[in-house]
Write a protein that binds this ligand. Structure first.
Ligand code: ZN
Length: 140
């Protein structure tokens, strides 16, 4: 997934699933642990917790509250990133978020979201952009 594709994405389940897999590190497993929905795969984290991608997906990118998107910020910090958040940037009601590396002194890129209508969406986009751009750097 490219930076440009992430810029165009809207908040919702598609983005939440990307966050769960690419940022939070959950892996796909053959079946969810319950039989009540149409999911064709389940998700598990390193701690053995399971989650259904259809009916149990955390709303990281939706603006119901900051709680879920803040988990994304904390996870990025655990991965070695600093965050920058600008809410209501220049009074236009838009928000952006950026991540950069805690340990990099020189040529430390700031992976920045576009201006977004909500802060959770800005956080999710910045996190996905940072992960995607850093993964690109690892494969010359
Ligand atoms: Zn389900």
């Amino acid at each position: 997934m490219t930076k440009e594709e992430i810029h165009e994405m809207k908040s919702g389940p598609e983005m939440d699933l990307l966050i769960l897999e690419k940022v939070m590190g959950w892996k796909r497993v053959p079946r969810p642990e319950h039989w009540v929905c149409s999911a064709t795969f389940g998700l598990e984290n390193a701690g053995g917790d399971s989650c259904c991608p259809v009916c149990q997906l955390p709303s990281y990118s939706e603006a119901y509250s900051m709680e879920a998107s803040w988990m994304v910020v904390e996870k990025m910090m655990a991965k070695g990133y600093n965050y920058t958040i600008r809410g209501n940037f220049e009074g236009n009601g838009k928000h952006w978020c950026g991540f950069d590396h805690q340990e990099w002194a020189d040529s430390n890129p700031l992976f920045k979201s576009p201006l977004c209508d909500t802060l959770p969406l800005a956080i999710c986009k910045a996190a996905l952009i940072a992960i995607a751009e850093d993964a690109k750097g690892d494969t010359p």
